[in-house]
Design a protein around this ligand. Structure first.
Ligand code: AHR
Length: 497
């Protein structure tokens, strides 16, 4: 079978905002406690943060990390997590029915994020709190000094402002499970006023307003329209959240779920443009897909969880090979929408539905889904090219025409290379890929790898990580690059120009 791709240096989708390779660390489960932070662990630094986990996070290379939630943030007092640790209160976390000790708070997290070279996307609480706490946290984090909150930050050991650029105006405020859930009008008004004061404190910040918590919410679309009508001129991005799963054990249908992500992005973009037209605005509202991932393996186990534990093992999905393939398709979909999706956060980062797992007192390892993300975050920067691929399709329950090969081509002008990411969704057919590069003079294949040849249910564990990319064969002749895409494979080709 053939997959013929033509790309042309003049046909571009858009430039990639590096924040498209974001992740998310919620103060829940074992993400922080016994995830990134485990005093007494043999690899921990003097502050109690695990160096082995830091190394894996750096290898994954998330550009920005959303924090501290998620559902957690809607009941969280950020100021519980500052000042001497011994004075910090333990609180009930009503979102996950656990106990939050506040041992790790704002300063500890910011120092850790700096060490792993990631920006922070800070979420504020618009569930139990509002405008006052919103302006205070921005003043605490970003104002240089000479005021109550900025001087308190300095007293607490951080002289320079953190200069956090990206902020979320609450989390999933449409969800009935959310602490302080609101209707679209109430949330829209609160978000607009919170945004206004936050930008009065620091006009440099960028704000993400909550879209629907999922496309299947009954209020989807009208929620977005109403919230944006209240907030359009005050905010910079609208959020999308979506989780995928193979509950029906239907591989062709599962691997096609990235088409649903694409439709979701198109629909939300259309709603933004409707409000742009309605409000006669000149501004284009961009998107922040600030929660996306695969989440279903742990549902059953979590339904039996005992409440009010400290850092219980919840949402610990163990990912398999088919999950890595879908995750690859999802990353490709985000890249193909990079003209609109400027921020995206793989939810989450460590232990909780995460590419990185840890054992308390033991090892840290890479799940199968680690690799497509890491390869894209390292090599998928620059401009996404609008290609044209001639390839056969299949039908599944949800979609009539699913291309067997999904791809994204990224031109990195600084490095003079094109990175091509491809997934072959077919369980049986090899696709002979031929890429015609119009307007380019390819010089060499810098690297080509494939993740393939595993049972779809194969997982990585602390003891054995077999699902990892291996070198593959790709050749070029004049302006055409060729590679055999094996059945069920994630592939990366880096072409030197
Ligand atoms: O990522 C896990 C949870 O999923 C988040 O807390 C919430 O925002 C979403 O429902």
């Amino acid at each position: 079978m053939n997959a013929n791709l033509i790309i042309d240096r003049n046909f571009k989708i858009g430039g990639i905002d590096p924040r498209i390779y974001g992740s998310f660390l919620e103060q829940m489960g074992r993400a922080v406690y016994s995830g990134i932070y485990e005093p007494g662990h043999e690899s921990s630094d003097k502050y109690g943060f695990r160096n082995d986990v830091k190394d894996l996070v750096k290898e994954l290379k998330p550009s920005i990390i959303r924090y501290p939630g998620g559902n957690f943030v809607s009941g969280y007092n950020w100021d519980d997590g500052i000042g001497p640790v011994s004075m910090r209160p333990a609180r009930l976390d009503l979102a996950w029915k656990t106990v939050e000790t506040n041992e790790v708070g704002l300063h500890e997290f910011m120092r850790w994020a700096d060490e792993v070279d990631a920006e922070v996307n800070m979420a504020i609480n618009l569930g139990t709190r509002g405008i006052d706490a919103a302006r205070n946290i921005v003043e605490y984090c970003n104002h240089p000094g000479g005021t109550y909150w900025s001087d308190l930050r300095r007293k607490n050991g951080r002289e320079e402002p953190y200069r956090i650029k990206t902020w979320c105006l609450g989390n999933e405020m449409d969800g009935p499970w959310q602490i302080g859930a609101k209707n679209a009008d109430d949330y829209g008004k609160l978000a607009a006023q919170s945004a206004k004061v936050m930008k009065l404190v620091d006009p440099e910040i960028e704000l993400v307003v909550c879209g629907s918590s999922a496309i299947d919410m009954a209020t989807f679309a009208s929620w977005e329209a109403t919230v944006l009508e209240h907030t359009y001129e005050h905010v910079d991005y609208l959020s999308l959240h979506s989780y995928y799963g193979n509950q029906d054990n239907d591989l062709p249908g599962y691997l096609a779920k990235s088409l649903g992500m694409n439709d979701f992005i198109s629909s939300v973009s259309a709603i933004c443009d409707y409000v742009k037209a309605k409000t006669r605005s000149k501004k284009v509202m961009n998107l922040s897909f600030d929660e996306w991932n695969i989440w279903y393996h742990s549902h059953e186990k979590d339904s039996k969880n005992e409440p009010w534990q400290k850092s219980p093992a919840i949402l610990e999905d163990i990912y398999n090979f088919e999950d890595a393939l879908l995750l690859g398709c999802l990353i490709i979909t985000l890249l193909k929408n990079c003209d609109r999706v400027k921020i995206a956060c793989l939810a989450q980062l460590v232990n909780v539905i995460a590419p990185i797992m840890t054992k308390k007192g033991g090892a840290a390892w890479r799940q199968t889904t680690f690799y497509p993300f890491a390869q894209a975050s390292h090599h998928g920067l620059g401009v996404v090219l609008r290609g044209s691929m001639d390839v056969s399709t299949y039908a599944c329950n949800e979609f009539d025409a699913v291309p067997y090969v999904e791809y994204a081509a990224v031109h990195n002008e600084e490095k003079d290379e094109i990175a091509l990411f491809c997934v072959n969704r077919s369980p049986s057919k090899v696709f002979d890929l031929s890429v015609t590069l119009q307007g380019y003079k390819p010089k060499r294949i810098i690297q080509s790898t494939e993740l393939c040849g595993h049972d779809v249910k194969q997982i990585n564990t602390a003891k054995s990580c077999s699902v990892i990319p291996a070198p593959s064969n790709a050749i070029f002749n004049k302006n055409v690059v060729s590679a055999a895409l094996k059945p069920l494979s994630w592939n990366m080709l880096r072409i030197g120009l």
